[in-house]
Structures are given as structure tokens and as C-alpha cells.
Write a new protein. Structure first.
Length: 80
């Protein structure tokens, strides 16, 4: 548990340009736009953007980020 979580702080919301995961769709993307209603994400392979509920979008961990980049390099489109 991080110090932020111990203090009761909310999990940070990804900002424009951050790498994030839509946990409902289990898809990784780059944040294009954030509003109170939705987060617009673009796949790492520059595919079609999609809108996600902000409640199910979170920043990637370092390990998730590295795994996603390797998957793109290897052509594993199922992850992105």
C-alpha cells in the first residue's frame, strides 16, 4: 500500500499523453482527452480511438507499460 493510499487519497487520474488501461475492455492506450464524463484513449499502435468511463481507467504501472510496448513491437495486437 502506498503512502497516498494509506492517507485515503484517490488513485491518480491519467492526464493527456499518459499511458493508461481501460480495465473494462482490458485495453491499453494513450490518453487523448479527459473529461468528467469520459476518457478518450488511442491504442499504442495508432489504431482507432475509443471512449472509456473514467472510473475504469487508470495509469499503467511501469511493468504494464513495458509489457505493452514489447507486445506492440512483437505485433501482439490483442493487448492494445
Amino acid at each position: 500500500m502506498s503512502e497516498q493510499q494509506a492517507l485515503g487519497a484517490a488513485e491518480p487520474r491519467p492526464a493527456q499523453g499518459d499511458f493508461a488501461i481501460d480495465e473494462r475492455r482490458n485495453k491499453v492506450g494513450i490518453v487523448q482527452l479527459t473529461t468528467h464524463r469520459y476518457v478518450q484513449l488511442r491504442p499504442l499502435d495508432l489504431g482507432v480511438s475509443w471512449d472509456a468511463d473514467p472510473a475504469v481507467v487508470r495509469p499503467l504501472t511501469v511493468l504494464e507499460y513495458l509489457s505493452a510496448r514489447v507486445a506492440v513491437a512483437n505485433g501482439a495486437r490483442w493487448l492494445v
